[in-house]
Ligand binder design. Sequence first.
Ligand code: NAP
Length: 297
Amino acid sequence: MANSPVSLAISGKTQVFGIIGDPIEHSMSPPMQNAALNALGIDGVYVPFRVEAAKVAEALTGLWALNVRGFNVTIPHKQAVMAELCHVSDLAQAVGAVNTVWRTAAGWAGTNTDVLGFVSPLKVGDRDWTQSRAVVLGNGGAARAVVAGGVELGCAEIWVVGRDRDRLNTFAASWADSPLRPPLHTALWPDLTALLADTHLLVNTTPIGMSPRVDATPVAADALAHLPATAIAYDLIYTPSPTQFLALATQRGLHTVDGVEMLVQQGAAALTLWTQQPAPVDLMRQVLRSHLGLSPL
Ligand code: NAP
């Protein structure tokens, strides 16, 4: 049930999970994860923690002392938290960001479930991406998971489009030692249209089009017209759904993917890590859609 009440029977045995970020007020993870814990019959609670950037180390020491079982990490701490962990998974090392942390005997360990979340809706069917060009709009934190996802899909070329040459160069250089060895190229926005005719996956990782500026789109309709008819338009934004970008892509006849499934799947993977149980993915999706004001699927 999407709106089933979360048990509030907190006792001395209740396991505590959570998410650290700043801001954290609008996080969709607490309702989704609490409903999932409840459905699994786990005596646990998932709590949002606002942690200022300067207090990440202090917060991790505190969470450890308070016997918190595990937690997610969101903006702006996904990179900073890595220095505080005793173990970082190979994938998270390669991506350069951690979004899921759990306890080990030696201390906190971390990994990245955003990559799995991103590729999950693209793995339905047996599409072969090995001849494909992916274009990633934006060069921030989420773009890192998308680049790693492009590698996992086997994309032949991954282009990252940004608005500042220096930041693009820094982004590209940050992959130099990564074992993922992404087939990375960079371009400035004015060069985007020329790339589109051979683009099979176009991913928006910028906040352009996010609520409340819902009329904005990172790519205009006339530029989308250049994409092949088989291209997929993917927007990491989950509110609104669809964004103006995806609405235009749908008008163009393209297959579209919004950010809801990525959010669900990264959360499900984190929950499975903490509980060692399969996550109730359908329920998590329903709860998230309900909280976003989206119709049930
Ligand atoms: P971020 O680190 O702040 O990166 C945002 C990127 O967008 C930066 O490269 C920035 O460019 C670019 N950008 C911002 N405004 C722009 C504009 N007006 N024109 C061109 N480029 C612009 O944020 P993030 O963590 O990557 O998150 C980005 C988006 O992904 C957010 O909407 C977030 O909600 C979404 N997201 C969704 C999920 C999910 O599970 N669905 C997960 C993570 C993130 P500069 O570098 O030049 O500043």
